[in-house]
Design a protein around this ligand. Structure first.
Ligand code: ZN
Length: 490
């Protein structure tokens, strides 16, 4: 299967699931929507399409990005531009198959399901729900495993962005418009690899990363970086007609497992991946940078400002360098400039992991109305407010939890607060009228405070009938009320 010619992009059109080609998606204006059996694989399919378009059709200017978005591509232009890459993206190429290495040495075959992260019952009920898969699903799974997931475990290297990077992209009304909203033009200055002239731009499966190689980020070209494969993987195929157990489509070629082999290399520094926000801090005068990830159960809204705007924080004195900061993904930064004055639908996706184990997959969309670029301080205030209410709920439960010997109560309350407040925060952001910021903030505080009081009542219910606890309960409740009232005055 050739990713530049054959149908592999999973879409839903008028209620019908089908695979379409890259040419279909770029050269037609159909209302296809991506569709997969799992939200993370759907996001991976989108990322894969975006990466292909980014390397094959990079626009020269911001103006060209807008033009591409407005008009479908000419079919002749498509064929001409892909012609030079035709041999590079073939899933079963005899010499250099897409994201794989020929001749992987492994004693045994790894079950297919391991390529679809969460195989260890995190996302599956059975260990062999996917024992055979079609080429379209395998292409997406290979890309997702290499780009977004923790490594295969012991001794295997993780993705170029770390073990479980978070991805932020901008959503559009159709698949074609979503793609172009996320394609960087060559004049986007903050993307080092876009302008890296001496970077190796061959994908790792054509020009293999050498074992023990020490690699400098500026030597990694955009194509090589976007399709980085940190492990040696080789898919095993069988020619027989059957149903793919991931997408349910009938296929004549089935992947029945794969071989994997670890190898070592070292990257000195951080490669600027255009799809992820980064965080940095000064440590002994050196800027240490890493990709944002989901490290706690806190929902994505708590970090939303860091996904949308660049900030430096913690400067001790005027004129002194900041101690930390965050930088949005290059695609979000470009969107701010090119589509200034438009609303944003931000896709945030990633996994929460503990080393090689996946604890949770997260996939969210935030909508902020037009004007968000000039009003980020208001978004930050709303986020801070939500966090303050959560902190008060936690703090006021802490003492009570100690008295009833249930130390887990504050965390339990926090979890409930996050769950119940999420739709409220999304709605507040979606319906935001920037000029009425103060009123909206007051409304949100009232609703979040009432939620905090309700959760406080719920989690303490089983303990407060004990006569010895009545006083402790009353004190904690009074203290919570007073803290929440203070928030509304400040
Ligand atoms: Zn499939």
């Amino acid at each position: 299967m050739n990713l530049l010619i054959d149908p592999w992009i999973p879409v839903l059109h008028q209620g019908r699931f089908q695979h379409v080609t890259l040419k279909d998606v770029l050269c037609q204006d159909a209302d296809w929507q991506l569709c997969s059996f799992r939200d993370d694989m759907e996001l991976a399919a989108l990322q894969l399409v975006i990466c292909l378009v980014q390397v094959i059709f990079p626009p020269d200017s911001h103006k060209e990005v807008r033009q591409r978005l407005a008009t479908p591509m000419d079919e002749e232009e498509f064929s001409l531009r892909v012609s030079k890459y035709l041999d590079m993206f073939v899933l079963d190429h005899p010499k250099h198959p897409f994201m794989q290495t020929r001749g992987v040495k492994a004693k045994e075959s790894t079950p297919m399901q391991k390529l679809f992260i969460g195989y260890d019952r995190s996302f599956f009920n059975d260990p062999d729900e996917i024992s055979r898969a079609c080429p379209a699903c395998v292409a997406v799974a290979l890309f997702n495993q290499a780009s977004n997931c923790p490594s295969f475990g012991g001794g295997f290297k993780g993705s170029l962005r770390g073990s479980a990077p978070l991805t932020t992209l901008v959503y559009g009304e159709s698949l074609r418009s979503t793609i172009w909203r996320n394609i960087l033009s060559r004049n986007t200055g903050d993307q080092q690899s876009m302008s890296s002239l001496d970077g190796n731009n061959q994908p790792g499966w054509v020009d293999q990363i050498k074992s023990q190689e020490v690699i400098y980020p500026h030597k990694i070209g955009l194509l090589r970086g976007l399709f980085w494969q940190p492990a040696h993987v080789e898919v095993e195929w069988q020619n027989s007609k059957s149903q793919c157990q991931a997408c349910n489509q009938v296929t004549h070629k089935l992947a029945i497992g794969f071989k994997k082999e670890k190898f070592k290399y070292e990257i000195q520094g951080i490669w600027l991946h255009p799809h992820s926000p980064r965080e940095w801090k000064l440590a002994k005068g050196t800027r240490e940078e890493k990709y944002a990830s989901f490290t706690t159960t806190a929902p994505a809204w708590t970090q939303l400002n860091t996904f949308l705007t660049e900030r430096e924080i913690g400067s001790a004195k005027a004129g002194q360098p900041a101690k930390a900061g965050y930088v949005p993904s290059a695609v979000v930064s470009q969107f701010r400039k090119v589509f200034f004055g438009e609303e944003i639908n931000l896709i945030v996706g990633g996994y929460r992991v503990n080393q090689a184990s996946v604890l949770q997959r997260r996939h969210e969309m935030f909508n902020l109305p037009a004007g968000w670029t000039e009003n980020m301080d208001k978004v930050e205030e709303l986020i801070a407010l939500g966090l303050k209410v959560k902190d008060e709920l936690r703090k006021k439960l802490f003492g009570f939890a100690k008295k009833v010997h249930v130390p887990g109560l504050p965390s339990q309350a926090e979890e409930r607060f996050y769950q119940s407040s999420e739709p409220l925060i999304h709605k507040t952001l979606r319906t935001m009228k920037w000029q009425e910021g103060e009123r909206i903030k007051a409304d949100l505080l009232e609703q979040l405070s009432s939620l905090a009081r309700q959760i406080f009542e719920e989690v303490t219910q089983s303990y407060r009938h004990d006569p010895k606890m009545i006083r402790a309960f009353a004190l904690s409740r009074r203290s919570l009320n007073s803290a929440l009232n203070k928030l509304s005055i400040s």
